[in-house]
Design a protein around this ligand. Sequence first.
Ligand SMILES: Cc1cc2nc3c(=O)[nH]c(=O)nc-3n(C[C@H](O)[C@H](O)[C@H](O)COP(=O)(O)O)c2cc1C
Length: 331
Amino acid sequence: MAVRIGNIDLGEFPLLLAPMEDVSDPPFRFVCKQNGVDLMYTEFISSEGLIRDAAKSRQKLDIFEYERPIGIQIFGSDIDTMREATQIASQAGPDLIDINYGCPVKNVACRGAGASLLQDIDKMTAMTKAVVEATHLPVTVKTRLGWDDNTKNIYEVAERLQDVGIQALSIHGRTRSQMYKGQADWRLIREVRRNPRIRIPIFGNGDVDSVEKAAAWRMEYEVDGIMIGRASIGYPWIFREIKHFFQTGEYLPGPTIAERVSVCRTHFEKSIQWKGEKTGVFEMRRHYANYFKGIPHFKEYRTRLVSLTDVAEIHAVLDEIGEQFAMEEVA
Ligand SMILES: Cc1cc2nc3c(=O)[nH]c(=O)nc-3n(C[C@H](O)[C@H](O)[C@H](O)COP(=O)(O)O)c2cc1C
């Protein structure tokens, strides 16, 4: 059965690209979309930044028609600020607004925001209600199991947020205290899903990094869809591989070197188009190693890729990688 968020039809068992700061920007989203992802989100955007009209926050509102359906994710600690930020974000024309109640970091931006709200469910509920009332768009939430081992309150959180009108919930199977350590535990996600009061889609998130795991956890934890973050960095093919398996029961072979080069190049070109040459070149540096993970002797190429500043020279190195390794692939 198709999964719906408001009027948005996500098809059967959708795959979602997790919001990731400094990663899930338009260039990265482009290559994920090419690989069949069903729903994407922007990086999280500070509500304070938005109402102050900070350039960095504004730029993150950029979305493109081909990205639909797409959600803009916002976070904040103050309810009035969140209300105002919701209105600004809605004007950017996304398909939905997502609230971040999962950020575990204690820096200035996240103080009192993100996962902190898991310590104050009354405030979290009031904030969510304010956001729902401030926009004509569906509102979704992304959060964690709870604050720490003693307060895994996601069951209650899910009910209360549904009651104030959220239309889907993505749950990262860790607590705030766990940060990114240990393993994600999806058992409570299943409990939320099994709660007879819950009518909204529940998406499972945390540690899905293979077709096998996606297939096993879909069955075991009964979620309505899966959200994938880290495993897609440098490997957007994970979406098409999982989708293919679900559609046919067969495993798709991994990308060839030529495909890796081609998608990495597309990502690079989109980065330059969207960010300008200097920032595009610079920010692409964090992605090269991921695109070519597992390829022996890649280090020397990586060293060159991350030190070059000239666009044509970077393209030439990508050409070289294609030629060099394609020969080895055949041999
Ligand atoms: C680099 C990075 C940036 C992230 N930024 C965000 C963010 O902006 N908003 C958010 O809700 N979660 C953020 N997360 C958390 C991810 O969305 C996701 O919940 C987490 O990585 C677990 O999923 P995974 O195991 O599939 O990566 C970030 C994670 C990483 C690794």
